[in-house]
Write a protein that binds this ligand. Structure first.
Ligand code: ZN
Ligand code: ZN
Length: 251
């Protein structure tokens, strides 16, 4: 399995704007982060988790010309609004691309992106919505597990494929769901900033989750410009690291 961190920035990206770079060192390219999205290449199948507003450039940089399925975590714009860029993937491969999403996302996605999912006038649809009905999807012969975690006032899907899992925009887990993340080789988890936020866990809480599930390796994503890469590394054990755009992990 090959995992590419296409983007690891929070909803604003990092830096926030010109001369608004929070705590990051601008001399370190790894502090320049586009909005969060990840590519999973496994058994000749390419899965994309979320369609970041920076998607076109991200897929270009990763030399990716095919996506077999998109797995959506939640409706927030920083995770969905790059969906028009999937048109190129459809055109190149002459196929309609399935987009898995929880029930609560469907009507808003269909309304906001009608031409993509339903077609409009001369434009044929190029993606197809597939509702997550269970905690398990089978795509070709690949088993994908999913469950909801809390993100303040809404829920977000965690996805697990084999011993890799992705949990972005995480405030807390429900009941014993965290136990579904045992025995991971890699956990990619959202860390917005050091302090807790109403919809995102802070550094200490995320470290508590890590101590409990003990993944072999953990990579942070969805970081604001308040988190400098090198400074964050000094606070983490050696198997926990901030991600950077273009980071590749082979499992
Ligand atoms: Zn987000
Ligand atoms: Zn969010």
């Amino acid at each position: 399995m090959k995992i590419t961190i296409l983007g690891c920035g929070g909803s604003f990206g990092s830096p926030l704007a010109w001369n608004r770079h929070g705590n990051i060192d601008l001399n370190n390219k790894r502090n320049f982060r586009t909005r969060s999205s990840v590519l999973i290449e496994y058994e000749n199948t390419n899965f994309l988790i979320d369609t970041s507003p920076d998607l076109r450039q991200q897929l270009y940089n990763a030399k990716c010309t095919n996506i077999d399925a998109v797995l959506y975590t939640h409706i927030h714009s920083d995770h969905t609004s790059g969906v028009p860029d999937m048109r190129a993937m459809s055109l190149i491969n002459k196929k309609i691309i399935p987009a898995y999403m929880p029930k609560e996302m469907i009507s808003e996605m269909e309304t906001n992106y009608k031409y993509i999912f339903k077609g409009e006038k001369d434009y044929l649809p190029f993606m197809e919505i597939r509702e997550l009905e269970k905690n398990n999807i089978k795509f070709k012969n690949i088993n994908i597990e999913t469950f909801k975690h809390n993100h303040g006032s809404i829920d977000v899907q965690t996805y697990r494929i084999g011993n890799f899992a992705y949990s972005t925009d995480l405030k807390k887990f429900y009941d014993a769901d965290i136990d579904k993340l045992m025995n991971l080789d890699l956990w990619v988890v959202g860390l917005l900033r050091e302090d807790p936020h109403p919809s995102h866990a802070g550094f200490e809480q995320i470290m508590d989750f890590i101590s409990y599930i003990k993944p072999k390796k953990t990579i942070f994503t969805h970081m604001t410009a308040l988190l400098d890469e090198k400074e964050l590394i000094t606070k983490c054990p050696s198997n926990v690291k901030p991600g950077y755009d273009g980071m590749i992990i082979d499992l």
